[in-house]
Design a binder for this molecule. Sequence first.
Ligand code: FMN
Length: 215
Amino acid sequence: MRKMIMAFVALIVATSCCTKAEQACTEGCCKAETNQVIETIMERRSIRKYTDQKVERELLDKIAVGGINAPNGMNAQQWEVRIVDNQEWLKNITEAQRKSAEGTPMAKQFEDPNLKNVFRNAPAVIFIAHKPGPCTQVDCGLMAGNMMLAAKSLGLGSICMMGPLGFFSKPEGEPFLKSLNLSEGYKLLLCVGVGYADEEPAARPRNNEVIKYID
Ligand SMILES: Cc1cc2nc3c(=O)[nH]c(=O)nc-3n(C[C@H](O)[C@H](O)[C@H](O)COP(=O)(O)O)c2cc1C
């Protein structure tokens, strides 16, 4: 009888706290160590290997809307978001970048037999543009952070990238930039690749010494 009571108590404790990311989170969700948001933050990693599974637009919508709900200076919202899940577009820009890199040190990345596209192989890419202003780069970084955490919480992998964007300011990149249809005065700043992860990379080490209390 005592064992049964103990097992019952253990069950109540286990299910009343959010111990796993997929467990429903209600009523403020317990302590920091068992909090679903903290868990999502700590478990998110940059993903550079994805399955070929298409990302449902319903999920991409949730990620994008999560992004534009990020805090931003004076709520000016000087940003634009473009989502590309067209595999032909991703293939074409990869081929154009490959051609453009011929004979340069950048050509090496195209030798990878597993290369699917220049956006670390993500099957969907969310481009973030800003109208340059005092807060807009920070705003867009916060937006990308929201997007990556939203993706993780929806069972998707993601990666923030700036590297592949240099191409858009080259003459060969112009048609691709044009196809993103950004408003006058807006500049590409970041992109976030999204897809179903095909790897589980370990966390890259962080230096906790940078955090100090000033008493
Ligand atoms: C602003 C920014 C730009 C980045 N650009 C690239 C990139 O071009 N290519 C890439 O593979 N990773 C890129 N990353 C991902 C970082 O390399 C990654 O976040 C970092 O190594 C920490 O690893 P983690 O995200 O798995 O914690 C970028 C990240 C940020 C925040």
